[in-house]
Write a protein that binds this ligand. Structure first.
Ligand SMILES: Cc1ncc(COP(=O)(O)O)c(C=O)c1O
Length: 363
């Protein structure tokens, strides 16, 4: 099955084979070494040249685990967080802040539009109680790349802490974490890094990590300080999904062998191919090209084509597409190009789509 949803993704046979390695106890040196290697390789991949300025923390759990841990671990005592929300995952950041009663009213923008930096500046002036700002890098809702680097500068200049959900963007689109002094960036194994779901991580500026060790512990499990302290000692606070960690490590090796810039370029080429071929079928993209990510395209459903019929017919041919969310559920569909897929796979998908389209029109 070819997965054109934004994770879980198709992994390579090399990554899959690692799951068959012999069992191991997480309190043995092999596990400590494995986690140490993962942490080093994450820094090599995502903060090249600034490895000494950052630390990587590995968690068991899907991307949301890393996002929630990043938020909960980055708000000082008696301070608040401002969430910039322009999609489903911005909404989730707000839900996390709300659940833990940490937020001020969010800065909300229409889905598919970019947050206005001036409004962020203003909000920070109006809310001295805000110590932390959180937003999404690649808003998967419609495949929008947010101007996180520009906002990072505003947040940094205002002396606040910047937390980024880069769960669906890391490895697929450029993100200058070190150059823009991002404090905490959450990511996952199971999307553009091409590992399995179930392992996630945070990249944290070291100077900030030292400060955050003194922040209130708002969760026992989702607390970056706990993981950091244990992982620095070659330990781990809870039982990790070791087999998935091994596969993640292999996926990181694959990423570093390919090169992050080359991975990003490959995703860009595949997205371009899909966009050209699908545009040729008369299907319209939701976003203007300059806003689109390298790894996902949101498309308007052609007239009289119900999503479910399109999905089911494509699935029967071996391709899984993805529905829209919220108010866009019945209007759009999404095609991701994450994972160990080739040009041949995407050509096959477009040919299948072309053959299916006339058959799924509801008359
Ligand atoms: C931008 C973004 N953040 C967070 C998540 C949540 O990740 P997970 O479903 O792995 O918890 C996703 C999932 O697609 C995402 O796209």
């Amino acid at each position: 099955m070819i997965l054109l949803n934004p994770g879980p993704v198709n992994v390579s046979d090399r990554v899959r084979q690692v799951l068959l390695e012999p069992d191991v106890c997480h309190r043995e040196s092999e596990c400590a070494e494995l986690i140490g290697h993962i942490r080093t390789k994450l820094l090599q991949a995502f903060v090249p040249g600034a490895e000494d300025d950052y630390t990587a923390i590995v968690l068991t759990g899907s991307g949301t685990a890393a996002v929630e841990a990043s938020v909960l671990s980055s708000v000082p005592l008696a301070k608040r967080i401002l969430v910039i929300n322009n999609g489903v995952y911005g909404q989730r950041l707000s839900a996390i802040a709300g659940t833990h009663r940490l937020g001020v009213p969010e800065l909300k923008f229409e889905w598919g539009t970019c947050p206005d930096p001036e409004k962020v500046k203003l909000a920070l002036q109006q809310h001295p109680e805000v110590a932390t700002v959180a937003m999404v890098h690649h808003e998967t809702t419609v495949g929008l790349i947010n101007p996180v680097e520009e906002i990072a500068k505003i947040v940094d200049d205002a002396g606040r802490i910047f937390v980024v959900d880069a769960v669906s963007g890391l490895g697929g689109d450029p993100l200058d974490i070190a150059g823009t002094h991002m404090y905490v960036v959450a990511g996952t194994a199971g999307k553009c890094i091409q590992g399995f779901p179930g392992v996630s991580f945070a990249l944290v500026r070291k100077g900030f990590m030292d400060r955050a060790l003194k922040y209130p512990k708002r969760s026992c499990y989702l607390n970056l300080a706990n993981y950091y302290e244990a992982q620095e000692k070659g330990s781990i606070p809870f039982t990790p999904a070791i087999q998935l960690y091994r596969a993640f490590h292999e996926a990181l090796d694959e990423l570093l062998e390919e090169g992050v810039a080359k991975r990003i370029e490959r995703y860009g080429r595949m997205a371009h191919l899909l966009r050209q071929r699908m545009g040729g079928l008369g299907i319209n993209a939701v976003l203007a090209p300059e806003r689109q990510s390298n790894s996902l395209t949101a498309w308007y459903l052609p007239e009289h084509v119900p999503y479910q019929a399109l999905h089911d017919a494509l699935k029967a041919k071996g391709y899984v597409i993805y529905a829209g969310q919220g108010h866009l559920e019945s209007k759009i569909f999404r095609v991701a190009n994450m994972g160990a897929l080739t040009e041949h796979d995407f050509e096959g998908f477009v040919s299948a789509l072309e053959a299916i389209l006339p058959k799924v029109i509801a008359r």
